[in-house]
Ligand binder design. Structure first.
Ligand SMILES: [Zn+2]
Length: 340
């Protein structure tokens, strides 16, 4: 990983993160109002990237005597912003203007729009697409938030992709400010900042390859922060996750081990801070913080160490049972994480 050649070979690809939250639905309605005959065809096209986790939103259309009603339900425990775009239409009138952007609180079911014929003597049809993002649009990251270097190791690891260096795979806005940190498989990954686990993909092998087959096979964890931003930890070791969706995580808590799953040619951790910006996932710059180091900016080719960012040693030791439930890291916790 020291050579530029090796560096060029290390091209982790993370587009699966963004499309995961995108689904599309097509709906075609032919309505002959005068004859009261309606033919409804509904096709649900799930993104090829929508793997492992089920959709966090259910969108469906029901009809009453005069219109078709699009209804969305947030199936998750977190707020989501749903964006509905009209992709085609013929002879319709809508109860609200398109695109429709709607914040859905946890578990909320909401009527988004009613669509009916503009001219009742004519057939009408419409198609729409939807996507959703975590939290509210235009979230602002809390300025005072602190982020720990997201691993525990006695060794330092070098940042091999960052926004200020050559960009191999972090081309889109969701990954622009992400970093890649090569590290041995099995390195303890910790929560950089506290929050709630909202995605937890765990089942893929650590035989990462730079082929399209592996685009959707990265293990990763996503943790939502109090300010509505979130962090993603990608390419984790198979079956190493120690968290569950909905679990509250404190900063510094071990969450998994690093691995080499997905589109990757070298064991490493892909880490990014992201937020919802007008319904799109965008990454924002990372600043780590440690008690002894102060602010550390993970620049290209800089070395990161967990030294100095470890929380204080706990006053009481932890049982193995506690290793995934407590924020404080000590040797017992680390052995527990490694199954020792
Ligand atoms: Zn990456």
């Amino acid at each position: 990983m020291k050579s530029s050649e090796k560096n060029l070979l290390s091209m982790p690809y993370h587009q699966h993160i963004q499309p995961l939250r995108q689904m599309s639905i097509q709906m075609l309605i032919q309505s002959l109002v005068q004859s009261l005959i309606q033919v409804l065809a509904l096709t649900l096209l799930v993104s090829k990237f929508a793997y492992a986790e089920s959709s966090l939103v259910n969108v469906e259309t029901i009809k009453d005597a005069t219109s078709n009603i699009v209804i969305a339900k947030n199936l998750s425990q977190i707020p989501l912003t749903l964006t509905l775009n009209l992709s085609s239409s013929t002879n319709i009138t809508s109860s609200t203007s398109w695109p429709i952007i709607r914040l859905l609180q946890a578990g909320e079911t909401a009527e988004l729009v009613r669509v009916s014929a503009a001219d009742n003597s004519q057939a009408y049809a419409f198609q729409y697409l939807y996507r959703y993002q975590i939290g509210q649009p235009n979230v602002q990251a809390a300025p005072g938030a602190k982020y720990l270097v997201p691993f525990i190791s006695t060794k330092a690891f070098q940042v091999m992709q960052a926004a200020d260096g050559p960009i191999f795979s972090h081309h889109d806005i969701a990954a622009k400010n992400a970093i890649d940190i090569p590290m041995p498989i099995g390195t303890t990954v910790i929560a950089s900042r506290g929050g709630y686990v909202i995605e937890n993909v765990n089942q893929f092998s650590d035989n990462g390859q730079a082929t399209s087959d592996f685009l959707s096979k990265a293990n990763y964890i996503c943790i939502l922060h109090d300010d509505g931003t979130w962090a993603i930890y990608v390419h984790l070791k198979q079956f190493s996750s120690r968290v569950a969706i909905g679990q509250k995580i404190a900063a510094g808590m071990p969450i998994a081990l690093s691995g080499n799953s997905g589109f990757s040619t070298e064991p490493h951790l892909h880490f990014a801070l992201q937020k919802n910006e007008n319904g799109n996932t965008v990454s924002f710059p990372i600043q780590f913080w440690g008690e002894s180091t102060g602010v550390v900016i993970p620049r290209y080719h800089s070395w990161l160490t967990s030294a100095g960012v470890l929380p204080s040693r706990p006053k009481t030791k932890h049982s193995a049972k506690e290793c995934t439930e407590n924020a404080i890291i000590d040797e017992t916790t680390l052995r527990c994480m490694r199954g020792q």
